[in-house]
Each structure stands twice: as C-alpha cells, then as structure tokens.
Design a protein around this ligand. Structure first.
Ligand code: FPP
Length: 246
C-alpha cells in the first residue's frame, strides 16, 4: 500500500503545469571528482523521483528540459553519452511510464536524433498516447527561439497559401503552432543549480509563470524539494499583469 504524504497546501493552489530546467549534473559530478557522465546518470534517477512526486501531488503536466538546441556545442563524448542515456531511459522506463499511466510527448526538433532514437521516441509517444495520470513533455533538441521562429514560418506559409488571413493572426493562433499546442502554459518554472536565467526554455509559454530557483543540483532534487517549490508557489499572488483585488 502506498501511503501518500500530507500535502502542506491546498489543492486549489497546486500548479497545473510545472516546467523544470534540470541543471547542475556536471557540477554535482565535479564536486565528487567524478566524470560528468555520472552526473547525467544521477540526473536520470532524479527525473524518475520527480515524476513520481509530481504524480503523487496530482499535478497534471510536467515539462522537463533534457537537451537544448545549444547542447550540441558540448564535446562529442558528452553528447554521445546523453544519447545513450536517452536510449537506455526509453528502453528501461517505457513500460513503467505506461504502467504509471503517463502520456509522453516530445517537444523539440526530433530530426536531429539518430533513426533508432527517433523510432523509440515515436513508439513511446504512440504507446502512451491515451494515458491520463500525467502529461510528461520532454524537451529534446528544444530551443524557445527556434520554436517561435518555426511557428512564425508556419503562419507565414498559411498566409501565403491563403489558408489564414493576416488580420486573423492572434496569440491563440500563434500558440497553436508551438510544440506545446493544447497544453496550458506552465504555472511554475523551477530551475536547479542556482543560475538566474531561463536559457531559451519555453520563452513564449513562461510569460506569466512563477519562477523558483534553488541552489540544489539536479541529481539531488527530490519530492521534498519539489514540495518546497509548490508551497512557495502557493503563497504567491498571481496578477497576470492586472492588479490585486483590495
Ligand atoms: C544540465 O546539467 C543537464 C543537461 C544538459 C541535461 C539534462 C539531462 C538529464 C537530467 C539526464 C538526461 C535525461 C534524459 C531524458 C536523456 P549540466 O551538464 O549543464 O550541468 P552543469 O551546468 O553543472 O555543467
């Protein structure tokens, strides 16, 4: 029997969508005089713990930044290792993700990945497509500027083909061209490892997200730290550009 922890905040102050910049794998490894790869491997374990905690809390959407369009600048050995980890994660975790009723969605430009990984990603998304406990968006070869540029190009093409009128372009139409189409914007953006920046993550979608940054390095992240973030989120006044009611 699973005993769920008491939630120290009311259900109506829970974010519906949490996004996480999982940073600090390298620093975690350096501190232990270990190769960076070990930090990434520990990062996978942190991801698994976090997914479980998010489901336990009843948060319906989680988006994690696993590989950015800029991460290709890293040494080949590190990129290859991250690809191996991704392959291992999909092979070893797919059934478990499915059993946990998780729907997997990839945001980013998959064509950059090997044919094998693309097939695995497609299969994983297809297999889990009807699951309902959690929508897990994994950002892979993702960049916010790339996403926005692609959306702009798609819209321009629709206008050129006369499928869309210039005057009908609005924020909703634009958002429909993003990888996150149909998904509510993140209420809470968490970044681990202390850096105060958004690193090209979900640039459109985080317009009104609450941001919570912790010095904890990603491999040390767990349900208790997530609970701290959620508790802090629950105390914030969200105004969306408006004023608080007196
Ligand atoms: C940031 O740490 C982390 C990444 C670039 C990759 C995140 C990857 C994982 C959590 C594991 C892989 C996940 C999947 C699903 C494949 P960093 O290397 O930038 O750390 P540093 O800033 O301390 O150097």
């Amino acid at each position: 029997m699973t005993v769920k922890k008491a939630i120290p905040y009311s259900k109506d102050r829970l974010p519906k969508h949490v996004a996480i910049i999982m940073d600090g794998n390298g620093r975690w490894a350096n501190k232990r005089m270990l190769p960076r790869q070990i930090g990434h491997k520990a990062g996978i374990e942190a991801l698994k713990r976090t997914i479980e905690a998010v489901i336990d809390l009843g948060i319906p959407v989680l988006t994690v930044y696993a590989f950015s369009t800029e991460n290709w600048k890293r040494p080949d050995t590190e990129i290859n290792y991250l690809m191996t980890l991704l392959h291992e994660y999909l092979s070893s975790e797919l059934l478990s993700l499915h059993e946990q009723n998780i729907k997997l969605r990839i945001i980013g430009d998959g064509v950059a990945f090997s044919a094998r990984i693309q097939e695995e990603l497609t299969m994983a998304c297809e297999m889990t497509t009807n699951n309902t406990a959690l929508l897990l968006n994994i950002a892979l070869n993702y960049g916010g500027r790339m996403e926005i540029t692609t959306a702009a190009r798609n819209i321009a093409e629709k206008v050129l083909r006369e499928e869309l009128r210039l005057e009908d372009i609005n924020e909703d139409i634009f958002a429909q061209q993003l990888f996150t189409e149909g998904v509510p914007d993140p209420d809470l953006l968490i970044r681990t490892a202390g850096d105060m920046r958004v690193s090209n993550f979900l640039l459109w979608q985080i317009a009104y997200s609450e941001i919570w940054i912790t010095d904890v390095l990603w491999p040390d992240f767990n349900g208790d730290i997530l609970a701290q973030a959620i508790e802090d989120y629950g105390k914030r006044d969200r105004k969306f550009g408006g004023a608080l009611e007196q």
